[in-house]
Design a protein around this ligand. Structure first.
Ligand code: ATP
Ligand code: MG
Length: 342
């Protein structure tokens, strides 16, 4: 029998606990061989006076298990705190953020039924490096940091991902007509790395027209690699086009650590109402199971979840005015379909 794999889990803020509990139930019934270690991070920890939002025992668990399954964490807007999500990505060296966006047509309504793309977002540099200054009382500045090693690492990751997953094309988005040095370097490294992957088609779009193309003809894209900020925005847009931001999961990959989550935030506007879609976190869990060497369990859970959508059991965000169920009922529907699988 496979040994249970220790996993560090944070239930998160806002809708986090609701969607995490639903997802963990599905993992348990789906036969995932995991041993959860729960940590408390985020809003409550900040409010308790710990300025980084992450207590020592949480780091200790993360350093030991090396796999983090994370519910969404509220990032307080504006002054005061540094984003905890950014701190975790940087401390654990999670350089690649992998965000698949798939249309589930004809079941989930979308204008783009053939969409199946993967956004690979650089995760540590760019305007998210956290280098912000107050120059004068009326002038503030944020530095955009792009490095050759950082760019090469993420771009090579994108090409390797394409090769492994039998994807045919890698597209790069930058704004190198304006930011000639920073985005210029990213684009230059893209062209250099592409030479090592002659079987994969490549293209580059300036980010603004690239985003417009995602909105108009997402089926033309396969793998897309881009700097941090563009990737954040593009992946919310892409997920929404498939039907809802609640429909996409993501993997954050580093050399030693990995973190899995939903792409959306803590959705404070619907927290506590029991209506959040747990799908993004379920898909994050599916990616985690593949990562820790339990691909059969991943496939079972993925299939039960797909069958639930095929049976048109929808949470409010994708029901688009039609009949809908709450978080718990959705999870129970997935559990029932898990039971029916051969
Ligand atoms: P962050 O900065 O953490 O990414 P955000 O500002 O992008 O956060 P979200 O928390 O992702 O905001 O919420 C954006 C909108 O999408 C909200 O209206 C929220 O209710 C909705 N939403 C997000 N996640 C879900 C979900 N799982 N199910 C249903 N609706 C969701
Ligand atoms: Mg967001």
């Amino acid at each position: 029998m496979t040994q249970r794999r220790a996993i560090t889990i944070a239930r998160g803020d806002g809708i986090g606990p609701e969607i995490m509990d639903a997802t963990l139930k599905i993992l348990e019934h789906g036969g995932a061989m995991i041993e959860p270690e729960f940590i408390e991070i985020g809003e409550k920890v900040y409010l308790g006076g710990h300025s980084s939002g992450i207590p020592d025992e949480a780091w200790e668990s993360l350093r030991r298990t090396k796999v983090f399954f994370k519910g969404p964490i509220t990032t307080p807007q504006g002054g005061g705190y540094k984003s905890l999500n950014v701190t975790i990505r940087k401390t654990l060296g999670l350089f690649a953020n992998v965000r698949p966006n798939v249309a589930y047509a004809p079941f989930v309504k979308t204008k783009h039924p053939d969409m199946d793309l993967v956004i690979i977002r650089e995760n540590e540099e760019d305007l998210y490096a956290g280098i912000e200054h107050q120059q004068t009382p009326e002038v503030v500045q944020c530095l955009k940091l792009i490095t050759r090693p950082g760019s090469e690492k993420i771009i090579r990751y994108a090409f390797e991902y394409a090769r492994k997953n039998n994807r045919k094309k890698v597209t790069c988005f930058t704004k190198d007509n304006i930011m000639k040095l920073t985005d210029g370097l990213f684009h230059k490294v893209f062209k250099e790395v592409a030479i090592d992957y002659p079987e994969i088609e490549t293209e580059h779009w300036i980010i603004d027209i690239g985003m417009a193309k995602i909105a108009d003809t997402p089926q033309d894209f396969d793998v897309i690699v881009m700097p941090n900020l563009y990737g954040d925005i593009a992946s919310d847009v892409a997920a929404q086009i498939t039907g809802s931001v609640g429909l996409a999961g993501s993997a954050n990959i580093g050399d030693q650590f990995a973190m899995f989550e939903a792409i959306h935030g803590s959705a404070p506007d619907i927290a506590g109402k029991g209506i959040a879609n747990p799908s993004g976190l379920i898909l994050g869990a599916v990616m985690m199971l593949v990562h820790i060497g339990q691909p059969e369990v991943a496939t079972r859970i993925h299939n039960a979840w797909l069958k639930t959508l095929e049976d048109e059991i929808f949470t409010g965000d994708i029901a688009k005015g039609g009949p809908s169920v709450g978080t718990t009922e959705f999870a129970e529907a997935v559990l029932a379909r898990l039971g029916q699988l051969p």
